[in-house]
Every structure is written in C-alpha cells, then in structure tokens.
Write a protein that binds this ligand. Structure first.
Ligand code: CAA
Ligand code: FAD
Length: 379
C-alpha cells in the first residue's frame, strides 16, 4: 500500500490551497455576514478547472482522479465551505451524473458550460415531504409523448438561484414506486420554472439555498437521463460520489479548525507561556489531528475505490458519517482553544462550527448513512 501522492495530485492540492488563501479568504467573513454567493470566486474556480475536475478533457474537464478531487475539496473547504458545497454539487452530482449516464448530446450540450464555470448546476431530489424518505417523490413528470410536463416543488436546493441547469427527480409512474421516477435536465429559463425563497441558514450562508417550483414546465424527452424509470437509481448512484465530496468538505472544516488551533495556541499566552505549552491544549490538538487523519483516510479510500470502479457506496457513506462527526468535534474544540476570541467572527472558527453542522444533514443525514452502511453489512 502506497500512501504517497503523485506529483500531479500534490500540485492540485497546492493550487487549491493557494487559490483558497488568496481568493476566498479575504471576503469569506463578509460573504457569510451578508449571505452573499461567491459569484466571482466560483467563476475563477471554473477557469482554474475546479468545477469539472473529473470530467473528460474532451468536454472541457480536468480529467483528474477522485483522489485529486478530495484533496482540492479539503483545501477549499478549510477556508470557505459555502464555495466548496457549490463545487461539490457541480462536480460530483451534476457533472458526474451527466457524464456517467447522459447521452452524447447531453454531454456535449451541458458539460463544457458546467466545467468552465459559465453555468452552475443543481441537483433536485429533496421535497417538502421527501427528504430522507427520498422515494416519496410528489413532483410529477407526466409523459406527454415528445415531452414531460413537470409539476411540483423541490426544497433546499443548493445553487438554487445561481444555478442555470438542474437535475430534477420526478415521478412518472407512481404505481411503479421508485422505479417510476425519472431524472430530467431542466434549464432555468424554461417556462413555468420559478425560484422560490432563499433560506436564512445557520451556516454555509454564502451558499444560496432555495426552493424551486415547477408549473407545467415542458421538458423535452431528450432531456431525460437514462431509460424510463431510471431516475431513483440515478439519484442514489450519483449520491454515492456526492457523499465523497461532502465528506471531503467536512474533512476540510475539521483540518482547517486544527490548523487554526495550532497557530493560535502558539501565539496566545496564559500563565506566562503559550497555551500550546499546557498539556490540556496539547492533548486536544493530538485528538483533533488523529481524527483528521482517520477522516482523510476514509475519504481517500472511498475515492480510490471509485477510481478503481469498485463498489464505493459503503465506503463513501462511512467517510461522510465519520468526517462530518469530526468536523463538528474539531470545530467545537477549535472554539474552545480560541477562548473568547473563538466566539467572535474575526477568528473564523465560530463560522466553521456553524458550517460543520450541515455536513451531518445534507446528502443523507448521519442516520441515513448508518442505514446505507448497515444494509451493506447485513445483505
Ligand atoms: N447506491 C445505489 N443504490 C442504492 C443506494 C445506494 N447508496 N441506496 C439505495 N439504493 C437503491 C436500492 O438498491 C433500491 O434499488 P432496487 O429497488 O433496484 O433494488 C432502491 O435504491 C430503493 O432503495 P431502498 O429499498 O433501500 O429504499 P428506502 O426507501 O428503504 O431507503 C434510502 C433508501 C437509502 C434511505 C434513500 O432514500 C436515501 O439515500 N435517502 C437520503 C436522501 C439523500 O441523500 N438526499 C440528498 C439530497 S441531495 C443533497 O442533499 C445535496 C446537497 O445538500 C448539497
Ligand atoms: P427528515 O427526512 O425529515 O429527517 C428528520 C430527522 O429524522 C433526521 O434526523 C433524520 O436522520 C431522521 N430520520 C428520518 N428517517 C429516518 C430513519 N428511517 N431512521 C432513522 N432516522 C431517520 N436536497 C437536494 O435534493 N438538493 C440540494 O442541493 C440540497 N441542498 C441542501 C442544502 C441545505 C443547506 C440543506 C439544509 C438541505 C439540502 N438538501 C438538498 C436537503 C437535504 O438533503 C435534506 O435536508 C436531508 O436529506 C434530510 O431530509 P429532511 O430535511 O426532510 O429531514
């Protein structure tokens, strides 16, 4: 077993770190305060190749492996988890979903725009009454011969306002239950598409989360991904990879909290010495670092399995379950290590604590990851 990164993987990680520190860090507190989407920053991420990292270069992508994606996600998430959720959804749900399961026409039409940052993508599975219980889709896609008539509401959609193209799961044949669900590619300017209210969130406040409404939206048949009834399998297969992205986001929050804690503990003095000289702080740092290392290994294992085209559904669920717990634990400890300064915005760790919580909720709550993992064990 070789734990060394290739030169290319190291270069990707270093480029992501440099970008995050130079371009994302300066405005991150203001964007969080103002709930402002990082529009210009995401454009630059597209230009640098971070929005379609794993896509084949013939569609404008970076042709990179999933390990490089984990490394870049960690670095971007250390600084700005709002930018990184946009990156994760675009890369591992939307681009991957279209490239893996789309037609050649769909790939040519959508991937170059999505990889370059010209367009941002969204993934619409959740509904007011279908979150964890994702098979209970109420949104309908009525088959009208050459098109589907789409009606319903999707909730909590990341990139809801900034996105231009959305993968929308909807029920066509309710009698077939989840095997009646289709995935349709829906463009924002299609008639009958409305962007609903923006959510006022605890964390990732720079990310724009909206409900989306569809009223008699005519979606051409050629916008369906896969065979009739493939939509739920599509959503689940895509989420297996998406969960590697969110696990890496959680890893980045956890390792960012550790890095800030190490730096601060070497500066801050109490009782005549740096607080890093107190064993209570040293032990906190040791625990935080051990958890980061374990979370990183789980993320990288899931990525390697994906790159090797082995089954990675359980590995990605484990990575997300554990890394999101570590993000929360390390963010709490980082605030504690910073004392009162940790409780105010200037020192970043209070935002990390608020941002960490969502990683235990979206792309399947921790409880849902445990269902996925235990079903794998018991089948
Ligand atoms: N990979 C592949 N297939 C899967 C799968 C997985 N991880 N999980 C379930 N499936 C398949 C099953 O094999 C089954 O297929 P067949 O009928 O062909 O055998 C089908 O899906 C239905 O599965 P179940 O019978 O297990 O259905 P269920 O209703 O008991 O539970 C669930 C399924 C795992 C709980 C699923 O509903 C789930 O994952 N829920 C969470 C939803 C979720 O993750 N939402 C995220 C929205 S996107 C998002 O959040 C983005 C963001 O924030 C940034
Ligand atoms: P519920 O399903 O109602 O769950 C409530 C609680 O019950 C949870 O603790 C859950 O774990 C628990 N629970 C439910 N069922 C079980 C069970 N069988 N066993 C044990 N416990 C259970 N969705 C998208 O489709 N696209 C997006 O881009 C997107 N972005 C999001 C961004 C944000 C900021 C947020 C908050 C959500 C986003 N979501 C998105 C939705 C997210 O995926 C759901 O919120 C999540 O899947 C949980 O669904 P729910 O909120 O309906 O909670």
């Amino acid at each position: 077993m070789n734990f060394n990164l290739t030169e290319e993987q190291q270069a990707v990680r270093d480029a992501a770190r440099e970008f995050a520190e130079k371009e994302l860090l300066p405005g991150v507190i203001e964007r969080d305060n103002e709930q402002r989407f990082p529009t210009e920053e995401i454009k630059k991420m597209g230009e640098l190749g971070f929005m379609g990292m794993m896509v084949d270069p013939k569609y404008g992508g970076g042709g990179m492996d999933s390990v490089s994606y984990v490394l870049a996600m960690e670095e971007i998430s250390k600084i700005d988890a709002s930018a990184s959720v946009c990156m994760s959804v675009n890369n591992s749900l939307v681009c991957w979903g279209i490239e893996k399961f789309g037609t050649e026409e769909q790939k040519q039409k959508y991937l170059p725009k999505l990889t370059s940052g010209e367009w941002i993508g969204g993934f619409c599975l959740s509904e007011p009454e279908a979150g964890s219980d994702a098979t209970s889709q109420r949104t309908t896609a009525e088959d009208k011969g050459d098109h589907y008539l789409l009606n319903g509401t999707k909730n909590w959609i990341t990139n809801g306002n900034s996105g231009s193209v959305f993968l929308v799961m909807a029920q066509t044949n309710p009698e077939k239950k989840h095997k009646g669900i289709n995935c349709l590619i829906v463009e924002k300017d299609m008639e009958g598409f409305t962007v609903g209210k923006k959510e006022d969130k605890l964390g990732i406040r720079g990310s724009d989360t909206h409900s989306l409404m569809f009223t008699d939206v005519k979606v051409p048949k050629e916008n369906r991904i896969g065979e009739d009834g493939f939509g739920f399998t599509f959503a689940m297969s895509t989420l297996n990879g998406g969960r590697i992205g969110i696990a890496s986001q959680a890893l980045g929050i956890a390792s960012g909290a550790l890095e800030r804690s190490i730096a601060y503990s070497k500066e801050r003095k109490a009782f005549g010495k740096e607080i890093s000289q107190h064993q209570a702080i040293q032990f906190k740092l040791a625990d935080m670092a051990t958890k980061v290392e374990a979370a990183r290994l789980l993320c990288l294992k899931a990525a390697v399995l994906k790159d090797q085209e082995q089954d990675y559904s359980q590995a990605s669920a484990m990575a997300k379950l554990y890394a999101s717990e570590v993000a929360m634990a390390n963010a709490v400890e980082a605030v504690q290590i910073h004392g009162g300064y940790g409780y105010v915005k200037e020192y970043h760790v209070e935002r990390m604590l608020r941002d960490a919580k969502i990683t235990q909720i979206y792309e399947g709550t921790s409880e849902i990851q445990k269902i996925v993992i235990s079903r794998g064990l018991l089948k």
